[in-house]
Design a protein around this ligand. Sequence first.
Ligand SMILES: NC(=O)c1ccc[n+]([C@@H]2O[C@H](COP(=O)([O-])OP(=O)(O)OC[C@H]3O[C@@H](n4cnc5c(N)ncnc54)[C@H](OP(=O)(O)O)[C@@H]3O)[C@@H](O)[C@H]2O)c1
Length: 255
Amino acid sequence: MDRWNGRVALVTGASMGIGAGFCEELVKHGMKVVACARTKSKLEALKEQLSGAKGELHPFVMDVSNDEQVLAAFEWAKTTLGGVDLCVANAGIAIGGTILDGKPSDWRSQLDVNLTGTLHCAKVAINGMLERGVNDGHVVLVGSALGYQVARHPQLHFYAITKHALRVSATALRRELLEKKSRIRVSNVSPGYVDTGFASRAMGIPDQAMQAKLKEISMEPLQVSDVIDALIHTISTPPRVEVHDLLFLPTDEDY
Ligand SMILES: NC(=O)c1ccc[n+]([C@@H]2O[C@H](COP(=O)([O-])OP(=O)(O)OC[C@H]3O[C@@H](n4cnc5c(N)ncnc54)[C@H](OP(=O)(O)O)[C@@H]3O)[C@@H](O)[C@H]2O)c1
């Protein structure tokens, strides 16, 4: 991780869960982190919590589905900190509903955040790196195990579709970067069930009931720290190694 010391990261979905955990880790490794999400108070609390750490956390209120706000965040990072070297496009939402019972408006919302907004961040990050001649930059897309198969989760079918598309996007970006002879790396990092409350919120199940269900089926979910370990591995490999597509699951998950 030494090579990231003093460099600039932009993380979306930074106000809680995986994003907040990863911001914390990057700041501990000396990075200047632009922490983006919609909830200002949570970003400010994270900044407070990290005061005195080796790096810096800069809260930036940004909705990834708002084109102007995305551009403003990257522009701010460029003018204030010199530009983004690492982009972790982690913001994601899931709205429960089968295809047959779901609403197109919910599908659009999920596409806007999980696919279009995420790819917009990747695009702006990569173009900024190319412009600045940053050849060792990295874009990490946070995908999902549901980006590989949809079995057993009918309520998350559309969410799974967005994560399938995101996984393909990582390869499309890789091809475009190869064309440009750039060594900027793109990784799609896909965990199975993580204990952040994300799935219970998506399905409208109280977290306590979800925890009881997990106990009943004897499934120990991944923790945020497990995802952080995978993300740190992904961005720490030598320049010749691109972790392009990483799937990891709770050992007991019925997948
Ligand atoms: N938890 C799991 O089981 C699991 C499994 C596989 C993959 N994932 C993926 O991991 C990522 C993070 O999940 P998590 O479990 O940490 O979720 P989480 O705890 O619900 O956090 C989601 C984060 O995304 C932000 N966000 C949501 N909509 C946004 C938008 N329009 N613009 C900007 N930020 C937005 C939220 O902040 P604000 O509300 O403040 O904007 C929050 O910081 C997601 O992409 C998810 O699909 C999660």
